[in-house]
Structures are given as C-alpha cells and as structure tokens.
Design a protein around this ligand. Structure first.
Ligand code: GDD
Ligand code: MG
Length: 366
C-alpha cells in the first residue's frame, strides 16, 4: 500500500490575513481548496492512505474531509504544539499502516504546486535503493529555500536551509518540498522534541553518509506561500499552465455558476470568481481571486490580488498585488499602493487612500 504524509501544520504567516481563519492548504485555488488538488494528484499516483500532519487550526482539516467518500483513507496526526517539519513527519509516521522497514513513504509540503510525476520519483528512489530522495528544482533566487547541491550521480552533497550570505548561495538547485523516505529512516527521527527536517535531519543524514539523492526536474513548480505566488498559482491552474486532476480544461477564468458578472466586465488571466460574487459593469479582474459573496462595483480594477469572502470593492477603486481580508469594505475611488494587506473587517472610506492624490475637500478650516 503506497502511503503519504502531508505537512499542513504551519501558520501561513506570509499569507495573513487570509490565513487568520483558514490554514494555507485549505485556501481556495482554482475552485477547490489547495489540499484537494494535492489529494487528487496523490490518488492519481496510486496513494491509498494519507496522513495529514496538522497543528494550526487542525480541526478545520477534519471538517473539510468529513464527507470525503473517495477511495483514499485519511488520518490526522495532530500536534498540540508544532513539532517542526521533522518532528511532524515522525509524529505522522505513527499512523502509517506499516509495510516493511524499507517501504517508501511520500512526504509533501502542503503548499507546493508542481508538475512532478510522483510515480517517477518513487521509481527513481527504488532504483537507487535510496534512504531519502528529494525532489529538486532550479530557481532564479534561491535565498528563500533549502539549497541542495548534488554530484554527477545525483547524490546530495549538502543541505543548507535559507542561506544568509551571497557566498552561501553555492547552487540554484533547491529543495522542492517533496520527499520519499525509507520507512526506517523516517522512524529514526527523534520523537521527543521539535525537529526541523531541513536544518537537522537532512544535513545529519548527508554527514553520516546515508544514501540521500536528488531527483531534479524542470517541470512547473511554485511554492504558494506568498500572496503573489498564491494568486499566480491559482491562475496557472485555471489557464492550464499548471495541471490538476480537478481542473478539467484550461480556461481564461473560472466563474462560479452562482456568481453574476456584468457583460461589460473583463475577467481574465486565470482569475476565479466565487459563489454569489457580483462583478459590476466595466470592472477588470485580472490574475486574481475574488472569493464568495464579494461585490465589485463599476469600473474597479483588480490585478494580481485576492479579495476574501464577503468583502466589497467600491466603484473605480484600483487594487494591485493586494490582499483584502474577509468582510472588508473598500469605498469608491481608492487607489491603493501595491502589496498592501488589508485586515479582515477593515473600512476604507471613498477616496480614503490614493497614490495619485485625492480631490476630497479638506474637512478642517484653515
Ligand atoms: N505539522 C507541521 N508542524 N507542519 C509544519 C510545521 C510544524 O511544526 N512547520 C511547517 N509545517 C509545514 C507547513 O504547513 C508547510 O506545508 C511545510 O511544512 C513547509 O513549511 P513552509 O513554512 O512553507 O516552509 P518554506 O516554504 O519556508 O520552506 C520549505 O519549503 C521550501 C520549498 O518551497 C523548506 O522545506 C525549504 O527547504 C524548501 O526549499
Ligand atoms: Mg512554503
């Protein structure tokens, strides 16, 4: 029986305020929670049992899957106190059904969208008789990741998590957040304390001479942990640049059947519009996520942004690379500087914030 562990206990701080009430893997991308895309991919690869390593807002995972009736067993390993990535893997391993000490166990970070062929990485792991196989990819700026140089045979030479200096950036090849562990290696991670798989387990295994190999691919790959990556990942799934068994065919936009979009509005670039949302005349929504019950009034422009559920965007307002929390009310003719995060429930009056200056009269007497 092929089994997998998904690490989903992080707080998702870089995606606040969206993650204030929803764990990162349960946020909606391309019409489904992200974790459902991951589950569908695992099932396609023949996985029959998955253990969620949960901590932050753990109960919401069980709510999400309480009616799940497909051919996959789901278990929950809940950490009262977060155990770190290594501790979480070790804790989740208690719930694996078993198999031999050599059984290959898939381990996935809960925020990676990738085109990796999971069967192929399992096959490579077996063929090399590896202790651990790490999926690796190449990125332009590796500083936010784990650096993993390999030799000509693919053997991992070192593992350096989040390098601090330019000298430490010895490669652009990074840990892509998907591993295959030999069961016995996973069971040897300490069980009585917090452990980082990146800072402790991998460097230690390499130093001990364990058989740690990289499987480097140039498939589509994105960590959805930042707002821009999150909206772009969702858009890529909608347009077909990234694939998921849950997205039947590529489209310019994914508009929920209960949403209302004015015929003069343009919803483009892989945007999603959620249930009961109302998009007014001449609105532009490009490469963005508009969640359930949001209203966007006439002429507003929304680019590379997320508007969480039950929020309202006034007419003529411009959002770029903005995260709007739920139940927010952004009045008309605001022009927000890029990369703002607006808290849940916030109220911004008409013309309250403008990059290019406001015509609203000064209320004080001079
Ligand atoms: N259960 C549990 N407990 N899960 C955790 C914990 C914990 O204490 N801490 C983090 N996680 C989960 C997160 O929910 C996420 O799914 C995954 O572990 C990775 O955490 P991130 O916070 O997303 O880490 P990162 O993106 O900075 O770095 C990781 O991913 C990179 C690839 O995107 C590292 O694995 C890097 O080496 C890697 O390059
Ligand atoms: Mg991440």
């Amino acid at each position: 029986m092929q089994e997998a562990i998904i690490l989903v206990g992080g707080k998702g701080t870089r995606l606040r305020p969206l993650t204030n009430h929803t764990p990162k893997p349960l946020l909606g991308v391309a019409g489904s929670s992200f974790i459902r895309h991951q589950i569908a991919k695992l099932m396609d690869a023949g996985v029959e049992h998955v253990v969620f390593a949960t901590s932050y807002l753990a109960g919401l995972f069980e709510d999400e899957f309480k009616d799940f009736s497909q051919n996959l067993e789901i278990s929950y390993a809940v950490e009262e106190v977060p155990l770190g990535t290594g501790g979480a893997i070790r804790n989740a391993a208690r719930l694996l059904r078993g198999g031999s000490a050599d059984a290959p166990v898939l381990v996935l970070n809960g925020d990676i969208l990738s085109g990796l062929d999971l069967r192929e990485v399992l096959e490579r792991h077996r063929a090399r008789d590896a202790d651990v196989t790490l999926h690796l990819t190449r990125v332009a700026d590796p500083r936010a990741f784990g650096l993993v140089p390999t030799d000509g045979s693919g053997r991992v030479l070192s593992f350096l998590e989040k390098p601090k200096t330019a000298e430490e950036c010895v490669t652009d090849q990074i840990n892509a957040g998907c591993y295959v562990f030999r069961r016995s290696v996973l069971d040897a991670i300490p069980a009585d304390r917090e452990v980082s798989v990146e800072q402790e387990t991998f460097p230690q295994l390499v130093a001990e001479g364990s058989r740690v190999f990289g499987h480097t691919t140039d498939d589509y790959w994105r960590d959805l942990g930042t707002p821009l990556a999150f909206v772009h990942g969702s858009a890529d799934l909608v347009t077909g640049r990234a694939t998921s068994p849950l997205v039947a065919q590529p489209a310019e936009a994914l508009i929920h059947p209960t949403a209302t979009v004015d015929p003069t509005a343009r919803v483009t670039g892989g945007s999603t519009v959620g249930p009961r949302a109302v998009i007014g005349p001449r609105v532009v929504v490009d490469r963005s996520i508009v969640a359930a019950d949001v209203t966007v009034d006439e002429g507003a422009l929304i680019h590379d942004s997320v508007v969480d559920h039950d929020s309202a965007i006034g007419s003529g307002t411009v959002l770029r690379e903005t995260v709007v929390g739920c139940h927010a009310h952004i009045g008309a003719d605001n022009e927000l500087p890029p990369q703002l995060r607006l808290s849940c429930g916030i109220r911004i009056p008409a013309q309250g914030v403008r990059v290019s200056g406001s015509a609203v009269a000064c209320p004080s007497v001079h």
